[in-house]
Ligand binder design. Structure first.
Ligand SMILES: [Cu+2]
Length: 131
């Protein structure tokens, strides 16, 4: 009986230590957009072998208006708003994202947000934020 109690205590302590010491989660929980490329290439072929998936994302204010981009490619990319197209809508810019890096942005205003990769200008996509 004592052995069983000791084993149970060891299990509880072990699980507790695991929970307290495990690495913090690296996954952000925004609406996901994947960045892909032809690792190692990102060529302006037709269609481009690099870009954003989905290329058009529809989200709703107060529901899923936080978006997390994940670089699933092998090259560095950026998520950069196209203010020429977006006018006075809020701007955003991830700056360089290496492979597996994530960038999260919360849209605070409804609108159609065009964005691109500043390293590969043919990588273009849109987030449509509805009120
Ligand atoms: Cu890029």
């Amino acid at each position: 009986m004592l052995a069983i109690i000791i084993v149970v205590i060891l299990i509880v302590v072990g699980v507790g230590i695991y929970i307290l010491t495990r690495p913090a989660g690296t996954t952000n929980n925004g609406t996901p957009v994947k960045i892909f490329d032809g690792n190692p290439t990102c060529s302006q072929v037709t269609p481009p072998n690099c870009g954003f998936t989905p290329s058009t994302l529809n989200v709703k204010m107060g529901v899923n208006n936080t978006v997390t981009w994940t670089n699933n490619g092998g090259q560095a990319h950026t998520v950069t708003s196209n203010q020429t197209a977006n006018g006075s809508l809020p701007s955003f810019n991830s700056n360089g994202m290496n492979a597996n890096a994530q960038y999260t942005f919360t849209f605070s205003q409804a609108g159609t947000y065009h964005y691109y990769c500043s390293y590969h200008l043919w990588m273009q996509a849109v987030v449509i934020v509805s009120a």
